[in-house]
Ligand binder design. Sequence first.
Ligand code: ATP
Length: 429
Amino acid sequence: MYVAIDDTDSPGGMCTTFLMTEIIGRIGLDLIGLPQLVRLNPNIPYKTRGNAALCARFGRGTGQSRRIGTIEGKAVLAWSDASESGSTEELAGLVSEIVGEMYERHENTNPGIVVSERRFPGWFYQEALKREMRKEEALSIIREIGASFREFGNGRGLIGASAAMSWHPGRRTFELLAYNHYGNTPDNDEKMKIAKWADSVPGTFSSVDSRHNKALIFPSPRTPVYMGIRSTLEESLINIIEPIGAREETACERYMIYETNQATDDHIQADPEILENLMSCSLIAEISSVPEAVQGGHWFCNAIWNGKTIKAAAFEPSGELRESFRNLATGDMVRFFGSYNSAVLNIEKMEIITLSKEFIRSGGRCRICGGSIESAGKSGVRCRSCGEVREYYSYSERKRNLLPGWYEVPASSRRHLAMPVDLMGIMEQ
Ligand code: ATP
């Protein structure tokens, strides 16, 4: 039996992953496989933070089991198989009691719960990454599959819950989330120490931003999440549960490993036929105007794509990417990755494929006496010293302050779904 939930938190508190740990701890069923943390369209205006929805499979565990977390000192096991029992309606009622008790009351918090005997088809997940969906679309697929559902407020969370139910992991990564009941946060030095240690574990990524001295594993303090360590390998996270527990035992009593679609680029549509508002895509374009800055440190340029002019932007938080973006020149060929909103492609990363050559006219020196050259009108150029006349100027190639290759926003500004350039060889299937 699969349980999916979404939209339980507000900017002031709670986190849907924490609520899922409550369900895991209280539901009286075994967890089958890892719980899943599924990020959806990052451009959706209703999102609280990272547009995450959760899905987990429950039943009576059979086959092999492994420890994937701890809830108040008690090990949480994930089983490889299940003999399932019970009805979706009964389980939806139980989950709804827990969600109803714990979700954050806020005008923009509208929880949705979906319970199903089978997963939903993958197209729903794909659509939820691409565009804004309507609640009716979620209800229609829920009815088609015969799933149970519960909702609070306007029930918008049913969209995210149905999308999480439709994720069939292809590319995937893992995240270990540790929760903090006590509100303790270490000081910056201690944070950096822990983050660097996490970074040294094989498979982990996005733990530190050394360039800006930021410990990325520690998120906003206004959620129950104390830290999140990401990895391409589940085993590496299993192996660090114990050492983290020992190090952080005064701060955390709850940890869970999730299977995620983070860092997969699943939100990117490669070479779309048209650009639609709220989509994320990658496309090859030729720069057609010199980048210009606007107030606030944002840079814009025009580019030709599919015979049309589009506007690309590197906004202020894009850091080093913006520094490279501003050095683009007319004629450069670039593959942009970004989200399209209000007729602007907001760049997340880019590959500079070729740089155009720009030649500048230089008088050069006289080939006979080495004297300086001046214009001789229609006749060409003349040497100021010896009077030698030539028909042409010399040209030299302007040195570019940029190299072909990959550029991306700093890890602290990266979308959860965006694949870091370092992982591109490892993750691409
Ligand atoms: P957090 O990451 O902290 O858990 P959040 O950023 O996931 O919070 P939510 O509070 O879950 O934000 O709100 C997101 C809302 O947007 C949910 O109601 C979800 O159903 C809805 N939603 C997600 N994807 C889409 C989509 N493609 N179209 C329309 N609504 C969507």
